[in-house]
Design a protein around this ligand. Structure first.
Ligand code: CA
Length: 187
């Protein structure tokens, strides 16, 4: 018991000293999951108080992982998956498996012939998902924990984009309506 109390005491005292002096806790590159988050911390202080930029080139924790442009494809996959799941639930169309079902719908004319048409909404998701880059930058730097890794940011991107697409598809269906059975599987 005494040993535990001593350990807790030794661990707690430095924290209390920090609190007493009002200084922020010392941070190292290992405390940051991404170099972008470390960069934001670095830029918040005029001096490099945490010594995150040892070579002094203005870039913090270069050895840390980066979320980079991978947020973009993660958002595209999330948007398409969320929309597809919602449309499947709404019964708008029969899913065509694979990439073909993502890129194309099948529409029947009066004679009953199937017409393959590009899915413009899914195609529009590719440039639209660029919005996720600044948006997820804000989420990563202001909402997620400091230690969130690039994988965690990408999973969050996928989930958020999926939820947005799911909600938007259901809202469009409710307020505007989509053509019923606009696409069915090609026979
Ligand atoms: Ca540096």
């Amino acid at each position: 018991m005494a040993v535990v109390a001593l350990c807790v005491g030794l661990w707690a005292v430095p924290g209390q000293l920090h609190g007493a002096t009002g200084a922020s806790p010392d941070l190292n590159c290992a405390d940051f999951g991404t170099r972008e988050r470390a960069q934001r911390e670095f830029e918040e202080h005029r001096l490099d108080v945490h010594n995150l930029d040892r070579d002094g080139d203005g870039r913090a924790c270069e050895m840390n992982g980066s979320t980079g442009w991978w947020v973009w494809p993660a958002a595209v996959v999330g948007l398409v998956a969320g929309r597809s799941a919602a449309r499947r639930r709404l019964g708008d169309y029969t899913m065509v498996p694979g990439l073909e079902g993502v890129l194309f719908n099948y529409r029947f004319d009066k004679a009953g012939n199937a017409d393959k048409v590009p899915d413009k909404v899914n195609l529009a998701a590719v440039p639209a998902a660029l919005v996720a880059l600044p948006a997820m930058g804000l989420v990563r730097d202001h909402v997620m924990p400091r230690s969130a890794t690039p994988i965690a940011v990408h999973v969050a991107t996928l989930a958020l984009a999926g939820l947005v697409a799911w909600g938007a598809t259901n809202a469009v269906h409710r307020f505007i309506g989509e053509p019923a059975a606009s696409a069915v599987e090609d026979e």
